[in-house]
Design a protein around this ligand. Sequence first.
Ligand SMILES: [Zn+2]
Ligand SMILES: [Zn+2]
Length: 322
Amino acid sequence: MAETHSYDIFILGLKDASAQGRHRFAATIETLTGRSATDFDDNFPSGILPMFEALDTERAQKIVDTLSDAGIMIEVRPIDAPPVEELVDVDPHTRSCPACNQRQPAEAVECGKCGVVFAKYEREQLLKMQQDHNLEQAMINAAQVREEWVQRAQKYLETHKLEKDATVEFSTILMNDEVPFLRLDSDEGPLLLTSRRIISENDGKFESIPYEMIDEVEYGGGRLATSKKAKQRLQLNFHSPFPTSGGQVIKNIAWHLDKESSFSKEVVFEWGYARNFICGSCGVRELEYRTDGDKVHMRCMHCATDHEINMKEGVAVPALAE
Ligand SMILES: [Zn+2]
Ligand SMILES: [Zn+2]
């Protein structure tokens, strides 16, 4: 009877991580797949991608035994799909191209059909997978913190009503999981404070400013304040220059609030100072910010993990070491 389940096998690590242990691993993989041991002497496979996919029970068992005997720590994940027959019956001295699936000799370094260089292609795929994985993790961590701020925004709304048309300019940029709670009006266009960020609108252009990017909130002062007496000047200074949607990089941004909006300045103080990114790797808040082109990065001073900040999501995504 045909099997309806199959197994993926992930490589987690080596019991013996010395050069000798690593070579034993590479040699074992060579025996199992026919791929050159030198591939694996240099690059240890990531635990994120399965080393073997969609195996039937018998072949999975055989591979598990062989890997375990060689001191390789693995994880076996049952998959709710039938085994891929092709993988069972193919000549063990061939491999398939990861891009076009063409079978070819196992020792080939590039595809005879589409020309991709296997090692390079696989490394690129892996980097992409890891980046997606890091974003997903950052979102999971952020979701826990976010809930707290959603509640805080809702609490604010219990005592301060937000007019129905207050968010109308922002309808294309607001996300389902954020709660807008305060609108401010200024000469430079409206501002919307949400549970996640401050959004400004000017001529149909938006800036999405996570509270975590704010280093300082300043009110009043300066030459502009005297020339526009009735207006209160609000300025946000950033941890690192902020890349705008118009392609500029600015150290701070200012608005001239109308009188009614200026009454809410305490709220901007409160939210602007309450939040800071934390290191996605070790959890500390000692961070060094820098702006590279249109991306803001932050490096953890404690564990050196670099992060890229996603302004729309308001999350810091651990970036990969080059
Ligand atoms: Zn190919
Ligand atoms: Zn850290």
